[in-house]
Ligand binder design. Structure first.
Ligand SMILES: Nc1ncnc2c1ncn2[C@@H]1O[C@H](COP(=O)(O)OP(=O)(O)OP(=O)(O)O)[C@@H](O)[C@H]1O
Length: 302
């Protein structure tokens, strides 16, 4: 069942169209990603959903409520992650949680929340003394302290090192597993692919596609690449004639064969027939980044 509905959302800043008619729904209990390059309109979209910005036109419903007209009620069910700069440097973690908990009638037990997030020992630490990963955990705790049905997390892992990023992903999965719907704004492909049940791809204020990561990749028709280094010379024309193969290239000593179907079997059969041993043989499936390029005509630079 849809917990968020966005229909034909349009939002401009002066002359600049930030969001040019975007529609999607978010189902209860899923991690829904909004993925796109910088300036695509992701933050503007979620700020309209949160009721922080008024749309120029279109309809938004959050748990059946209008986020502008029913702002107080929407705040009860939707927890938004704070931007890092929005907390005073010297506030202690426990004080910040206590303050935010006081905004709600039935807040979560914030000590338990800190425990779940693995920062229970930081209660008395000043915000400015936390590491990047710990600050992110605090911002997640603040988003969850009102026991929201929906948590909106915007650029959650930007600036984190790879380990802290992976830890944060596990946390987000735990939040979802506890029954909270998660809307995740990101420009990291890997994050979107790993975490999201479904994704909205947004580019230049327009919705390009909404699908599961696997569904987006499947639109490429199961394209794969086989790479190897032949230990004795072999002509690329032997692969070119195979029905599974769409292209063959040499990159130095490496041969790169792209195609569909049972590509690996087709390639290794040719190698065996010609008694050529292949070193460093690898197969790669197309990923979300390939799908993004196919759908938008450009790469999502990270
Ligand atoms: N307050 C504002 N005033 C004027 N223009 C704005 C404002 N906020 C955003 N924009 C512009 O609107 C467009 C969409 O911005 P938005 O922040 O929604 O994109 P985004 O996809 O979230 O990008 P990023 O990942 O960089 O935050 C951009 O061209 C941006 O420059």
């Amino acid at each position: 069942m849809a917990i968020i509905e966005v229909v034909d959302l349009v939002k401009s800043y002066d002359e600049k169209v930030a969001v040019g008619g975007v529609s999607f729904t978010v189902d209860e209990g899923e991690i829904f990603g909004i993925l796109g390059p910088n300036g695509a309109g992701k933050t503007t979209t979620v700020e309209c959903v949160e009721g922080l910005r008024a749309a120029d036109s279109g309809t938004i419903r959050v748990g059946g409520l209008d986020p502008r007209r029913d702002r107080a009620k929407v705040r009860e069910i939707l927890g938004a992650q704070l931007q890092q700069s929005e907390l005073p440097e010297r506030i202690r973690v426990g004080e910040a949680l206590e303050l935010y908990a006081s905004f709600y009638r039935e807040p979560a037990d914030w000590r338990e929340l800190l425990g779940l997030l693995g920062i229970a020992d930081r209660v008395d630490t000043q915000y400015r003394k936390l590491s990047g990963g710990q600050k992110q955990r605090v911002s997640i705790a603040l988003a969850l302290v009102g026991r929201p049905r929906i948590a909106v997390l915007d650029e959650l892992t930007t600036g984190l090192d790879p380990q802290a990023r992976r830890d944060t992903w596990s946390l987000v999965e735990r939040v979802r597993d506890s029954g909270v719907t998660v809307v995740l704004v990101t420009h990291f492909m890997e994050e979107a692919e790993r975490l999201c049940d479904r994704l909205a791809l947004i580019d230049a204020g327009k919705l390009v596609a909404v699908d599961s990561p696997a569904g987006l990749v499947a639109r490429l028709g199961g394209e794969q690449t086989v790479r190897f280094r032949p230990t004795t010379p072999i002509g690329t024309e032997l692969f070119d004639v195979l029905p599974e193969v769409s292209s063959v290239q040499r990159h130095g000593s490496q041969v790169v064969v792209t195609g569909t179907g049972n590509l690996l079997h087709a390639v290794t059969s040719v190698l065996a027939r010609n008694q050529v041993v292949a070193a460093d043989l690898r197969i790669e499936q197309a990923g979300l980044d390939d799908a993004f390029i196919r759908l938008t005509g450009k790469a999502l630079s990270e």
